[in-house]
Design a protein around this ligand. Sequence first.
Ligand SMILES: NC(=O)c1ccc[n+]([C@@H]2O[C@H](COP(=O)([O-])OP(=O)(O)OC[C@H]3O[C@@H](n4cnc5c(N)ncnc54)[C@H](OP(=O)(O)O)[C@@H]3O)[C@@H](O)[C@H]2O)c1
Length: 224
Amino acid sequence: MKKLIIITGASSGLGEAISEHYLREEECKIISISRRVSKKQEQLSTDKFQFISQDLSGQLKKQTLSALEENINNYDEIIFFNNAGTIEPLSEFKNSSKKLIHNALMININTPIELIHFLLSYSELKKMKFINISSGAYKQSIENWSIYSSCKAFTFRFFEILKAEFSTQNQISFISIDPGVIDTNIQDTIRERSFPMGEYFRSLKSNNQLRSATEAAAFVINQI
Ligand SMILES: NC(=O)c1ccc[n+]([C@@H]2O[C@H](COP(=O)([O-])OP(=O)(O)OC[C@H]3O[C@@H](n4cnc5c(N)ncnc54)[C@H](OP(=O)(O)O)[C@@H]3O)[C@@H](O)[C@H]2O)c1
């Protein structure tokens, strides 16, 4: 069965590692929606890997939706990963910039919801899996992470409700997966900052307790 994998944020970290996995599969094309594309990804044939340049903190561009539309029609199964995310603003809420708050709500909530709504317009015609990259943070009250953790709580609940709404349609599924704590750019940012749980995250790195992006991708893909 021909699969189309749509990943937000496949330019680095977990998203890149997930895309590496699907690059090895035949009859499968990957679309990455993000601001950047890696050097390696740039070299790939567009039949296998297509980059859609889209800043998820802004409005979805018409070109983004039309590029998705052109592809969707050629595939039997669509797997969408809501993966892109930002930890910013990593600061006390009252000191957080309005711009960073706005961007985070767009990247972590608004734009993925709009993309999922768009993709669901094909739900009568295609087999579809929606994967939400969640985080243990949604269950915890980590000071200075108010926006990030709340966004993760939002998307977790959103996916649970969509799962219930589509429970009678076998060809459409929704799952949230917590990939664990991973050695990516987000953790670099976390370690650089000063906040009450900062030392804990620095100790995870120094004690080699972070998952590699490849390990986390394998963990995610095993659950799909
Ligand atoms: N690392 C962890 O410990 C951990 C733990 C639990 C959950 N997660 C989740 O895992 C997911 C992936 O994060 P990661 O750890 O792999 O970090 P990462 O390496 O920083 O990756 C984040 C991805 O999000 C994309 N992104 C960020 N801002 C964007 C924007 N404005 N527009 C478009 N794309 C944007 C980035 O692409 P561009 O920069 O190219 O735009 C990048 O590919 C996130 O949802 C994160 O919350 C991570």
